[in-house]
Design a protein around this ligand. Structure first.
Ligand code: ATP
Ligand code: MG
Length: 384
């Protein structure tokens, strides 16, 4: 019931847009009824079990006094034994009564513990066995015959190899599901690869201390996640080493200082529920400041696919150029302006490298995939 509620509240807009309030409310009522029924059932068992034990114990005591008193009168039983007996009986029945009492609690505990153990038993996480702690990266990135599957043998990346020189920008293009996001997941070691090597500055990333490595790599995701808190806190992520001046400087460099100042409270503006009170473009800009202020050696950007107005477009374009200046960058790009400025372009198809090279060199390939993509999508835009 909690999961259902949480999902419907976060997805409230979708529910409203599709006029699904009635169905969802009905579904909730059904789940609620089921929950009530389960509760009533457990109360019923409790109500039956508990008195039954009580009655048996009371009956036992009654019988014992009845026969015991006869025995005392007849001289077969001593008075002491008659008094000791109910105490023993009580000792026997108290635990049973308690058992009935605890039965309910036990049931609830069992269900809860099942879930806790399911989480504890989760083993697929990346082991941090590396001990190389780089202060800084030069920024050379190499994928060397990388094979990777999220599940078993279902390879999402097949024999992917490429190299980025320090300070250069690589743009990754490819249709949806081709494995672009997967490549950046791997570079951050959110998953370990099955075959091949991923190297930064010539060292396999598995040899780095995970935290030291991730400190030098910044990642800006497709969908920006903002926490409830102030804009300032969302930029520094509560890293006390970052001063307000640094944040403002970075915001100015990105070109977001003005809009933040206009918010009520400026940098102390409280961001609500995942940033719902900010526009997509604004959220994107905040995530750019977040990345810039950490001054990473390697910057990874999963460009948002959503189309934005030309004005914001130019602001974001400027921000991206600021971000990638003077550092190794990987951009999953959808905009021609970003793609064309990259030193190299990697064309990915179904998890394999189809083409690799600069914008000019890729356009020279007859019937090349990139050339087709360019002619189909971008040329029209330019002419328009
Ligand atoms: N966590 C996951 N578990 C299992 N399979 C996954 C997972 N994430 C992605 N995949 C699969 O891996 C493939 C590549 O996904 P990926 O997210 O890398 O695509 P993409 O190129 O980034 O696409 P898009 O342009 O839509 O963002 C897809 O077939 C997808 O179904
Ligand atoms: Mg993606």
């Amino acid at each position: 019931m909690n999961a259902f509620l949480q999902e419907r509240i976060t997805g409230m807009r979708t529910v409203q847009i599709f006029n699904a309030e009635k169905q969802e409310a009905e579904k909730f009522r059904a789940i609620n009824r089921e929950y009530t029924q389960a509760n009533l059932d457990s109360i019923l068992y409790y109500a039956v079990f508990f008195p039954v034990v009580e009655i048996i114990s009371a009956a036992a005591l009654g019988l014992m006094v009845w026969y015991g008193a006869k025995g005392v009168i007849g001289g077969e039983v001593t008075l002491g034994a008659l008094i000791a007996f109910p105490i023993y009986i009580n000792m026997l029945f108290r635990p049973i009564r308690m058992l009935a009492d605890k039965f309910n609690t036990l049931q609830m505990g069992l269900v809860a513990s099942e879930r806790v153990f399911a989480v504890l038993d989760q083993t697929d996480r990346v082991e941090n066995q590396g001990n190389v702690k780089p202060e800084r990266f030069q920024g050379e990135v190499e994928f060397d015959h990388v094979w990777f599957a999220y599940n078993d043998e279902d390879f999402v990346l097949k024999d992917v190899s490429f190299r980025i020189n320090p300070g250069e920008t690589l743009a990754i293009v490819g249709s949806t599901g081709s494995g672009k996001t997967t490549i950046i997941n791997l570079l951050n070691r959110f998953y370990d690869i099955q075959k091949g090597h991923i190297k930064i500055d010539g060292t396999d990333i598995r040899e780095f201390d995970l935290y030291a490595m991730r400190r030098r790599v910044a990642l800006v995701l497709q969908d920006v996640f903002l926490f409830s808190g102030t804009v300032f806190e969302n930029i520094t992520l509560r890293d006390s080493d970052i001063s307000r001046e640094q944040v403002i400087e970075a915001a100015k460099m990105i070109g977001a200082h003005e809009f933040i100042q206009k918010l009520p409270g400026g940098y102390d503006y409280k961001v609500m529920e995942r940033g719902a009170t900010l526009s997509m473009g604004q959220r994107q800009l905040i995530s750019f400041i977040r990345a810039l202020v950490f001054n990473p050696d390697i910057l990874i950007l999963d460009e948002a696919t959503s189309s934005i107005d030309p004005e914001t477009e130019s602001v974001i374009q400027f921000a991206i150029e600021t971000l990638i200046a003077k550092r190794t960058s990987i951009i999953i790009a959808h905009r021609l302006s970003t793609i064309r400025h990259a030193n190299n372009i990697l064309v990915l198809q179904k998890g394999a490298v189809l083409e690799f090279g600069s914008h000019e060199s890729l356009l020279k390939i007859d019937d090349g995939h990139y050339k087709q993509l360019y002619e189909m999508q971008f040329l029209q835009l330019e002419e328009a």
